[in-house]
Design a protein around this ligand. Sequence first.
Ligand SMILES: O=C[C@H](O)[C@H](O)[C@H](O)COP(=O)(O)O
Length: 232
Amino acid sequence: MTERNISADSPEKRAAGIAASRMVESGMVVGLGTGSTVAYTIKELGRRVREEGLEILGVVTSYQSEMLAIEAGIPLANLAQHPKLDIAIDGADQIDSKLYAIKGGGAAHTREKIVSASARHFLVVADESKTSIQLNKAVPVEVLPFAKTLVIKKIKELGGKPELRLGLRKDGPVITDNGNFVLDVNLGVINDPEGLALKLSSIPGVVEHGIFSNVDELYIGKKDGSVEIVRK
Ligand SMILES: O=C[C@H](O)[C@H](O)[C@H](O)COP(=O)(O)O
């Protein structure tokens, strides 16, 4: 895994993140994703709340998005209060031409999947480097620490090469917001994302994997500041 830098400015990510925020209207309950691209969306929504009187409730997907949303001034709610969200907006690590996505580079994919599955509309924001004809990046798999050895064995039986994600400024494994480990699983080119998703989900001890098949719309930010919109 390469180091993640969520604070470096990126015109492409900003273009996609801000364009997506325009889909949000007063009265909506909005799923707020995790990562450097959707951070632009969260900041822009906060600006509209503070300066334009936009009235929304945010439902966060991680401690990162919670901290950003609080700092931006977005009032928050949770899924117990609002089980049905109007929209969820989130980033992706890779997304293919059929809008299957790999997420979890920030280890937030479990809550992201729950929040996006609760939304009527799921919109992904990304820069051009994330698009690919087929998925081929390592798939993050959140695992109960107790089940690590079994899950590694089962993943190898599927032909995957699992690697325990280690902390960058912490010794030992990354611990997710849910208290679990993450395996980054190299599976080569993924020809059948839905089939693979089913196989990974059926391994005892897998909490959630990072293959998403529920993306409705993709906003791709370009270097010239334009945004291409792809709909399912
Ligand atoms: O766990 C993290 C998430 O799935 C992110 O949405 C994903 O990694 C994309 O992040 P970024 O926009 O920083 O590339």
